[in-house]
Design a protein around this ligand. Structure first.
Ligand code: SAM
Length: 216
């Protein structure tokens, strides 16, 4: 089963550097892939969120690569890792342990493939960590505020983690889940203009921000 899935991932994706972190090669489903325009019934994957590199994830991985001191020697968890980019960025920045976490087991396989592609080692976890006690120094979430119900659950958890002294970074292009009230609990660390192809693939989003959750 694992080998079959790996073959399917390789068959239906291409290795791309056309994103905000070109120093990282990632297997992605792009407009160059036949599956991009195929009808859903021809798609062998159910909800392949891992096959896209979402603008929020691009910003958080970029921010880690630009600020490697934040991850060096630390335990970093990329929650909702998708293709694994922020965990890979943490590994590139010499994190003590970089964990790619996603409840979709195919995302875990894709993240492992992508880590291999970049010559770095990551750990993986497919547990739903949201709401748990998370033993790490830094939690990074990329583009996870797309659904209000989930955003509520996620944000409450992240707030608790920040109060416990963990560094919490959120990459987001302006999704609805980032309400004004939530925004008031965040400090803007950096805003990145998105490359042209990423804007076109993401329906008008032009920038993605990296926010840090305030500790108080
Ligand atoms: C929009 S994608 C973002 C992926 C990646 N962070 C990026 O920005 O490219 C959201 C991801 O979150 C995962 N996810 C949803 N709920 C989750 C949960 N409770 N814990 C971990 N991952 C979750 C999905 O499987 C999906 O891969």
């Amino acid at each position: 089963m694992r080998n079959q899935l790996v073959s399917q991932i390789i068959k239906h994706t291409i290795v791309s550097r056309a994103h905000l972190t070109p120093e990282m090669a990632l297997r992605l489903l792009t407009p160059q892939c036949s599956l991009w325009s195929a009808p859903p019934e021809e798609n062998p994957f159910k909800d392949p969120y891992w096959a896209f590199y979402w603008p929020g994830g691009q910003a958080s991985a970029r921010y880690i690569l630009d600020n490697k001191h934040l991850v060096k020697g630390r335990v970093v968890v990329d929650v909702g890792c998708g293709c694994g980019a922020s965990a890979i960025a943490a590994a590139m920045g010499n994190a003590r342990r970089a964990v790619a976490n996603d409840i979709d087991p195919v995302a875990i396989l894709a993240s492992q493939l992508n880590a291999q592609l970049n010559g770095v080692a990551i750990d993986t976890s497919s547990e739903d960590l949201v709401g748990t006690v998370c033993s790490c120094d830094l939690v990074v979430v990329g583009d996870m505020l797309y659904d209000e119900e989930f955003a509520d659950r996620l944000f409450s958890w992240l707030t608790r983690l920040a109060r416990d002294g963990k560094l919490v970074l959120i990459g987001d292009p302006g999704r609805d889940g980032l309400t004004g009230e939530r925004r008031s609990q965040l400090s803007l660390m950096r805003s990145y203009p998105l490359p042209k192809n990423i804007c076109e693939e993401n329906h008008g989003y032009t920038d993605a921000n990296v926010w840090r959750l305030k500790a108080d």
